[in-house]
Design a protein around this ligand. Sequence first.
Ligand code: HEM
Length: 163
Amino acid sequence: LLPMNEVLKPLAWLKGTWRTKSPGAGKYPTIQPFRYCEEMSFSSIGQPMLNYSALSWKPDGKTPMHYEVGFLKIIPDKNKVYMLLSHNFGVTTIEEGVVEDKIIKLKTTHIGRPTEGTRGPIVLELRRQFALVGDCLEHTLYMATENTKLQEHLHAVYIKKCE
Ligand code: HEM
């Protein structure tokens, strides 16, 4: 593989495969709180973006839960980043934001869904933060739906499994 692209330097701390240290916490006013395991990968093939995937599963077995894949792009010479994502439950999202030192803050600017075939409620907004805290990666996701105002849906802490 080619070395990481120069423009990705501000994101170098993210590169690698990250696994939940202990099960993460999921909640929302409309559902039962739940725990989940997750593996996130930020990888580079030399292009000016990180390839991203996050696969989650139930802690008591290997039942897959959510899966999202896409790209984390940086706008060169600015602290601006965006994520283009495709989620297995039938939604695509573009989240835009900033990288400031070891924190990335993102907010959806576009959410796409097929004309039929997905369950409600409709997601109206996502916000998330990735932060490097010591050696750990912390991820918090906030969601608003057509029924529920913006609030936390997910929080997890990850340790690096491999580069
Ligand atoms: C429920 C969206 C990530 C597990 C929901 C609901 C929505 C949603 C719209 C329904 C809430 C309601 O009925 O009011 C999303 C989005 C995600 C995401 C947009 C990512 C950006 C995850 C992840 C997991 C997860 C990573 C598991 C690790 C669940 C569970 C429920 C739920 C267990 C309740 C059961 C269900 O309705 O399927 N999520 N979610 N979600 N989410 Fe997420």
